[in-house]
Design a protein around this ligand. Structure first.
Ligand code: N01
Length: 554
């Protein structure tokens, strides 16, 4: 029986609407835009379920100290509304979590989104009913609703990974995962703190905690090639400039490789002289951001020969910033090529290790053996803490889907279908799961892009196909197995033509014990991917099959 608490619209259980045109799961950037599109622009009835106590997705959950965007603020936002673009005033090149939350809340107010969002409600099951050709959706609060379309706006990095380290439950101090940070914040003043993990998150959080803690120990398993953030405040003049050029900027980032404000140089590194390379690297390093990664010579991710010069160059920059040679060497990656793991951006990270109260522990050399009531025990000894921070990442891309019992045709669980890795067509749909759309799901460019740009592309493509179905009186859409098989093969081929699958990364599922090793996002670039999606649509949705309620194929 459903609870009698009021729903998002203030209706009691008896009055509740239970049949929707669309149910959207997640109220982050993706879910909010999907709601706006489907409800405000297309007039569909829609309900958003959100597990968090507030909207914002990633930015609601990841409120750890130091959390900020690694995308330029002026494109880390929506582009769909000219008034919104012009009225919002970003204060920095890389906005911090509270500013991004203010933006998201502003958008939700402006487009009157909150009334159809039900918070603190986690979708636990979604079952496709082959009789009615509708999805039945169940939540952990007892809601049971049905929808013609199910939109998974789950986020690619929303299933937090707390590693299974023995004794964690015995730790007497406080422990936190960065992606489940307490809403009220944490004060580390005067405390001995341990941070486990040195990915993009660990690097951000350790830099901030070093300012507060009495003593900070960073447990590193794999060193990273972090690049300077290069943040700066934005003044009225710089805001005027990007706003004046917004049409051009959006055209560019919608069609380039990454959806970020970088382009590759347009030349092989092998054709550049040592002096040219040095100049190109230094300029990008000094400017800050991802320039050395996705704005560098075209082939640095294609072969070791092309990659070695830049890997070597970044190693030298790390070494010169750290005083103690042993610590400097520990911080220097030598086991993987630059850019094959997600490049973190840092804001004084390397310099924290020049301070007396900050220590680096290499857990590859001396693995963590367990957590005790007082701290962390490694092969080399025990470290005592008042607080522990897990910056240990996510069960990326497929994890959020696997947490829900999604049953398609013949009752097949999506997680069973994906047991050997995700299978999708265009990263948008999976055969056997009609009318279920993924926003920035596996096998789409997603996490390899500036997310809002990829999100807008998906939401717009999905709403167009829904409109197409309404216009033609079609009820069901589903990809063909052939189209799906081709896309799965193609997405792996594109990845394996680069160095990225060589490294043990979350892109490959390598961070989760037992997870199949498959390259998860689509590496073909956002611009070419958009073109492919547009061609599919123009070609009468090639690779998709449609049906009407009676089951007749069109
Ligand atoms: O997670 P990660 P993240 N014992 O998986 C280590 C996005 N993001 O949260 O490298 C010891 O990258 C693990 O070690 P290893 C961004 O896309 C965006 O930092 O697996 N250590 C690694 O060091 C990013 O890539 C922004 O050997 C263990 C770390 O934990 C993605 O989120 C900011 C361990 C996990 O790093 C994920 O980044 C932050 C264990 N058992 C993040 N298990 C912005 O743009 C794991 N580790 C704002």
């Amino acid at each position: 029986m459903s609870s009698v608490r009021e729903d998002a619209q203030g209706a009691s259980a008896e009055e509740r609407v239970t049949d929707f045109d669309a149910v959207i799961v997640g109220a982050g950037f993706a879910g909010l835009y999907a709601l706006h599109k489907l409800r405000n622009e297309m007039g569909l009835s829609a309900r958003v379920y959100e597990a968090g106590s507030g909207i914002g997705g990633t930015w609601h959950w990841n409120r750890y100290p130091g959390a900020r965007s690694d995308s330029s603020s002026w494109i880390y936002c929506y582009s769909f509304d000219e008034e919104l673009r012009q009225e919002w005033e970003w204060s920095e090149r890389y906005p911090q979590q509270p500013e991004i939350m203010s933006y998201i809340e502003h958008v939700a107010d402006k487009f009157d989104l909150n009334r159809d969002i039900q918070l603190e409600t986690r979708v636990t099951e979604a079952t496709f009913d082959e009789e009615t050709e509708r999805w039945e959706i169940r939540t952990d609060t007892g809601d049971v609703v049905s929808a013609r379309f199910l939109i998974a706006a789950l986020g690619a990095l929303s299933a937090a990974n707390v590693p299974d380290i023995s004794g964690t439950e015995t730790f007497a101090g406080e422990w936190y995962h960065t992606a489940e940070w307490p809403q009220e914040g944490v004060d580390f003043t005067g405390k001995r703190v341990g941070v486990i993990g040195t990915g993009a998150t660990g690097i951000q959080v350790a830099t901030e905690i070093a300012e507060q803690a009495d003593h900070l120990t960073v447990f590193q398993r794999t060193p990273n090639y972090a690049l300077p953030l290069g943040n700066y405040p934005l003044d009225t003049e710089s805001r005027r400039q990007y706003k004046e050029n917004y049409e051009e900027i959006w055209e560019w980032v919608r069609h380039n490789f990454s959806g970020h404000d970088y382009d590759f140089i347009g030349k092989s590194i092998l054709e550049a002289t040592p002096e040219e390379r040095e100049r190109a690297f230094q300029e990008r390093y000094d400017r800050g951001g991802f320039g050395l990664w996705i704005g560098n010579y075209d082939d640095i991710l294609e072969s070791r020969e092309a990659n070695d010069p830049v890997s070597e160059w970044v190693r030298a920059r790390i070494q010169e910033r750290v005083d103690d040679p042993v610590t400097a060497e520990r911080l220097t990656p030598r086991d993987h090529a630059f850019g094959t793991k997600r490049v973190p951006l840092e804001n004084g990270y390397y310099e924290i290790f020049n301070r007396d109260h900050v220590e680096l522990v290499d857990v590859k050399e001396a693995p963590i053996e367990g957590i005790t009531s007082t701290g962390v025990r490694t092969k080399d000894g025990e470290y005592e803490f008042d607080a522990l921070v897990f910056a240990t990442g996510f069960d990326a891309m497929t994890g959020p889907y696997n947490k829900i019992d999604i049953r398609g045709r013949d009752g097949q669980l999506l997680r069973d279908k994906w047991a050997e890795g995700p299978r999708t067509y265009l990263g948008i749909m999976s055969a056997g799961y009609p009318n279920l759309f993924a926003i920035t799901g596996p096998q789409s460019p997603s996490v390899l892009t500036n997310m809002p740009v990829a999100i807008e592309q998906h939401v717009e493509w999905i709403s167009e196909v829904v409109q197409h179905m309404r216009d033609k009186g079609l009820d069901v859409i589903e990809p063909t197995r052939e189209a799906e098989d081709e896309w799965v093969d193609h997405s792996q081929e594109v990845a394996y033509a680069t160095l990225l699958p060589e490294s043990a990364t979350w892109y490959m599922g390598a961070n989760i014990p037992g997870k199949p090793q498959v390259f998860l996002p689509y590496l073909g670039g956002l611009g070419p991917y958009r073109q492919k999606c547009d061609e599919v649509a123009a070609n009468d949705y090639e690779g998709f099959a449609f049906a009407t309620r009676e089951g007749a194929n069109t």
